[in-house]
Write a protein that binds this ligand. Structure first.
Ligand code: GFB
Length: 310
């Protein structure tokens, strides 16, 4: 990938896509193509074909997806499977048809079996049943991995798949119903502090463990893999460290400066007990994450506060 290569970042207004665009700009890439969902609806096969025919990108980062936290995944499974399958099929097929040199597809650590041995190695894929709260999303993302694999096998396309762990960062979704845990807790603690509330409610037991990667680190890993990795096997991207949701809540409480109590809502699901990724394959390519969790949360909290009144 050269500095003047034509690069299409699908999903550039989302948290992941915007971080990839930011990283590409920092590195001096000058020919980045983006389209809003109004300009290009990736669910529409005809629109996607027209776009590829006209633009002919050389490299594609496929970061467009319908994403959400445990409640959104569990409540809107049809939308999660349909939207994601359509986006992947349209973009990957047209990347093949219009001779894209390389495509990087973004999946998620929820594609692994619910009770996978920890840390989770890439080869544990499809060795057991999925977590029910995100089965629809996981099935779509598994299909994305399969699309990359089979277009490589049949047509020799250099399409690679990257499986990030739970992400957080600037431009995250802070809507309490549809967001992931980390932005939800930033908002809950911030609003409780402002309103002088005595308690903040967190969902579930607080016992599940999650691994959190700062999205700018993911973006850096994606550019690194685009430049240096060319194999069929999907690659885990994470920090190699996880913590209990209860501990995460306490870190966010400290960063926000809230001094009330934390209450658990046991009517809400815990989801997967643990999904720590084995990152040996990624390390063997020469990449490790650099942002520690507290530092990343501080950055996101400062950004959130700067946006709060807008
Ligand atoms: O981040 P989260 O929604 O996603 O939830 P998953 C992680 C854990 O945090 C669960 C708990 O055990 C939640 O019950 N939690 C505590 C909360 N308080 C809250 C809260 O206020 N909001 C939210 N959202 N959670 C998603 C998958 O799973 O992760 C997706 O559904 C995807 O498919 C994504 O893989 C990365 O880690 O459980």
């Amino acid at each position: 990938m050269k500095l003047d290569s034509k690069i299409y970042v699908a999903g550039h207004s989302g948290m992941v896509g915007s971080a990839i665009v930011r990283r590409l700009h920092q590195l001096g890439y000058k020919n980045i193509v983006t389209k809003t969902s109004k300009e290009l609806n990736l669910i529409r096969q005809d629109e996607v074909e027209k776009f590829f025919e006209e633009e002919r990108p050389e490299f594609v980062f496929l970061a467009a997806a319908k994403v959400g936290g445990i409640y959104a995944n569990d409540t809107f499974p049809a939308e999660f499977i349909y939207n994601n399958l359509m986006i992947e099929a349209n973009v990957i097929h047209n990347a093949y048809k219009y001779k894209v040199k390389k495509l990087l597809f973004l999946g998620s650590s929820c594609i692994y079996p619910k009770m996978a041995a920890q840390p989770i190695k890439e080869e544990y894929l499809l060795t057991g049943p999925l977590e029910s709260t995100n089965e629809a999303y996981a099935m779509a993302k598994l299909s994305g991995i399969a699309l990359c694999k089979f277009y490589r096998k049949q047509f020799g396309c250099n399409f690679i798949s990257v499986m990030p762990t739970n992400l957080y960062g600037i431009n995250d979704n802070f809507d309490l119903k549809t967001s992931h845990v980390l932005p939800a807790l930033i908002r809950k603690f911030h609003e409780a502090k402002i309103n002088g509330d005595q308690q903040v409610v967190i969902w579930g037991t607080g016992k599940p463990k999650r691994e959190f990667l700062f999205v700018d680190d993911l973006a850096d890993a994606c550019v690194h893999l685009m430049k240096n990795y060319n194999n069929e096997m999907h690659v885990n991207v994470g920090t190699g460290k996880d913590l209990e949701i209860g501990k995460l809540a306490n870190i966010i409480k400290d960063v926000v400066g809230y001094d009330g109590d934390i209450i658990n809502d046991l009517t809400k699901p815990d989801g997967t007990p643990r999904k720590l990724l084995d990152v040996s394959l990624l390390k063997s390519t020469g990449w490790t994450s650099s942002t520690n969790l507290k530092e990343g949360i501080e950055k996101v909290y400062h950004w959130y506060v700067s946006q709060y009144h807008k």
